[in-house]
Design a protein around this ligand. Structure first.
Ligand SMILES: Cc1ncc(COP(=O)(O)O)c(C=O)c1O
Length: 313
């Protein structure tokens, strides 16, 4: 029976499917489940945090109609914030870079955002790129008419991802022995970890980073091309009490896995998802049959089809 409730596209955020991987998991491993976050409206899990960041700021009265939201972003958070701002009637000023996928920059413009570009001479995500984007966003957000969303330090981000954790608990009633996720601002893994640790205290939480930018495992950043993660500094939201291990994963392995996920599992996702699944399989190998590992497909690979993810080995 149809409902008479006036549905909003905001209702399309979250409640993503959770699937078990069938073909890329070697014999003798634990089961591996993946949340398909690319099915959120702008194609990434960032829709969850954009919604919570705006809703929480409005609820406190920090954000009012007529104000302009400002953010520094590689483009996933920016696309999500631009989407929410379009629905809720806010202007959005975004600082990004040409180191990130053109699809994301164009998506933000399509939703009506003003995009300010910090040029990356190497075209790579260097350790100073995100800090200089944040510096610019801080400068641009001076004044009472601006609200700096500040995804890297804003705890409102976590509220959105707690929903992802609750969905995992419902969708995997067998229980979850280990969860892993690559970190940028660390919002996703911290929001999910909060819920998993509360409900499954023995669940092993694993934080991932690209091996060539080992800020968490070795204390220094480095060059890489995995969009959204490896930001070059310790994310302020990363809470050491909520995770158990940190793993550095080779970007090349993540890229190979992203291609295998498309060809063998029908999951078209980005490189950070490839890293997540490489790590999930390693955990599944260690845990063995009868156990369960969960991770997320962070975004849709449609964001990367113009780049070299699916074409260069
Ligand atoms: C594609 C992608 N994967 C992973 C991440 C990391 O998510 P978080 O910032 O919640 O750690 C991001 C964040 O921008 C992203 O865009």
């Amino acid at each position: 029976m149809s409902t008479t409730r006036n549905r909003s596209i905001l209702d399309a955020v979250g409640n993503t499917p959770c699937v078990e991987l069938r073909h890329v998991i070697p014999q003798g491993c634990a089961r591996v489940f993946v949340k398909l976050e690319g099915l959120n409206p702008t194609g990434s899990y960032k829709d969850r945090m954009a919604k919570s960041v705006i809703e929480e700021a409005e609820r406190r009265g920090d954000l009012k109609q007529g104000m302009t939201i400002v953010e520094a972003t590689g483009g996933s958070t920016g696309s999500s914030l631009a989407f929410i701002c379009a629905i809720m009637g806010y202007k959005f000023l975004v600082v990004s870079s040409d180191a990130f996928a053109e699809e994301k920059l164009k998506t933000m413009s399509a939703f009506g955002a003003t995009v300010d570009i910090v040029h990356s001479p190497s075209g790579k995500i260097t350790p100073d790129l995100i800090p200089s984007m944040r510096q610019r966003a801080t400068e641009l957000s001076q004044g009472d008419d601006f609200y700096y969303a500040d995804q890297f330090s804003n705890p409102d981000v976590l509220v959105g991802y707690e929903g992802l954790g609750r969905e995992l608990l419902e969708q995997i009633p067998e229980g979850i022995d280990a969860f892993c996720g690559a970190v940028g601002g660390a919002g996703m893994i911290m929001g999910v970890a909060q819920v998993l640790k509360n409900n499954l205290p023995n669940c092993d939480i694993n934080v991932l980073e690209p091996a060539s930018a080992p800020a968490l495992t070795k204390g220094h950043g480095g060059l890489h091309s995995v969009e959204g993660i490896g930001i070059g500094f310790l994310p302020p939201l990363l809470n050491g009490e909520l995770y158990d291990h940190t793993l550095a994963i080779e970007e090349s392995e993540g890229r190979v896995m992203a291609r295998r996920l498309a060809k063998e599992e029908g999951i078209l996702a980005g490189t950070s998802t490839g890293l997540n699944v490489v790590a999930a399989i390693e955990l599944a190998r260690q845990l063995g049959p009868g156990k369960v590992v969960a991770t997320v497909a962070c975004d849709t690979g449609l964001k990367y089809v113009r780049g070299d993810l699916y074409t260069v080995a």
